[in-house]
Every structure is written in C-alpha cells, then in structure tokens.
Design a protein around this ligand. Sequence first.
Ligand SMILES: CC(C)(COP(=O)(O)OP(=O)(O)OC[C@H]1O[C@@H](n2cnc3c(N)ncnc32)[C@H](O)[C@@H]1OP(=O)(O)O)[C@@H](O)C(=O)NCCC(=O)NCCS
Length: 153
Amino acid sequence: MNLVTLKEVQHRNDYMSYLLLADESEDIINGYINEGELYVIQCQDKEVGVVLFTFPSIDTVEIKNMALAEKVRGHGVGKQVLNEAVNKFSKRNYARLIVGTANSSLGNLAFYQKAGFRFYEIRRDFFLQYPSSIFENGIQALDMVIFEKTLLV
Ligand SMILES: CC(C)(COP(=O)(O)OP(=O)(O)OC[C@H]1O[C@@H](n2cnc3c(N)ncnc32)[C@H](O)[C@@H]1OP(=O)(O)O)[C@@H](O)C(=O)NCCC(=O)NCCS
C-alpha cells in the first residue's frame, strides 16, 4: 500500500459525508466540526477519508472522528494514519493521543488495540444522547470506550 498523507482543510462542511461514516448524528458532528484540525487522508494523491484532531487539554490530542471510504478499508491505510498522527503530534510535544469508540464497535476495538492503544476510561451512557439507538454486531452502543497511546517516552 502506498504512502498515506494528511492535508489540512478549511471548508469543513464539504467533508460531512465522510464524518458521517464514523458518527451517525449530523447534529452531534455539527457540535464539534469546527474544533481542532481537520485533515483529508490522501493515498496516491487521491482523497480516501478524513481525520479530525481536537485538543481536549494542553498535552492531549484526540482523534474526534476518523473515516475511510469503504473501498479502501482493510488495506493498512487506517494504521498508516495512526502512525502519521503519532509522528505529527510527538513532534509537537503532545504527551498522549486518545480516541473514543463505542462498546459495540468490535472492529474498532480491535483496530486501536492492534495499533498499541490501551484502555483508558469509560464514558458510561455516552451514546444515549444520540437521537436514535445504535446497534452494531447485535450489541447496543451505550458506553464510549476511550483508548490512549502515550506519545512521549
Ligand atoms: C476504522 C478504520 C479507520 C480502520 O481503517 P482500515 O484502513 O480499514 O484499517 P487497517 O487496514 O489499517 O487495519 C489495521 C489493523 O487493524 C485490524 N482491523 C481493522 N479493522 C478491523 C475490524 N473491523 N475488525 C478486526 N480487525 C480490524 C486489521 O486487521 C489490521 O490488523 P493487522 O495490523 O494485524 O494487519 C476504517 O475501517 C473506517 O473508516 N471505518 C468506518 C468509520 C469508523 O468506524 N471510524 C472509527 C471511529 S472511532
């Protein structure tokens, strides 16, 4: 798989369709879409997804949303984006990278652990604020599982 690059973008609403692949409520996305830094993920100079980083505290970066077009998934692009994030924010002296996913997102739970993230915190009932119930893998999304990866050693 070819090298993945991240290109920062300004016209954020143009990327709503990607953001909705990772977070199904447009209202909730609108609550954070203008925070932090939004990057288009490019592979071989083609746009294949987006990643939004926010900064919940002075030493912490959060992957608030990350989504790839369905056709490019499963080929190592997501893993390369996480590596890029680690490189980028280590250089900027952030201490930790965090990301939240649902208790029901079994694939994402595997994806982040394979990339070296560790369980950090549970935000109980986080997904009950969504306008309709979310089920994945026959499990209701209730809690947000927060993962952490330490950037500074
Ligand atoms: C989650 C997502 C970004 C992963 O990107 P990807 O390019 O498909 O993942 P990769 O191919 O880089 O996978 C990296 C590793 O994670 C594993 N993995 C990825 N998705 C997985 C899944 N659904 N189930 C089990 N393992 C998975 C891969 O097998 C691979 O393992 P390896 O290192 O042993 O080879 C992508 O599937 C996506 O955009 N999903 C929809 C939106 C979403 O849910 N975003 C996450 C919000 S928290």
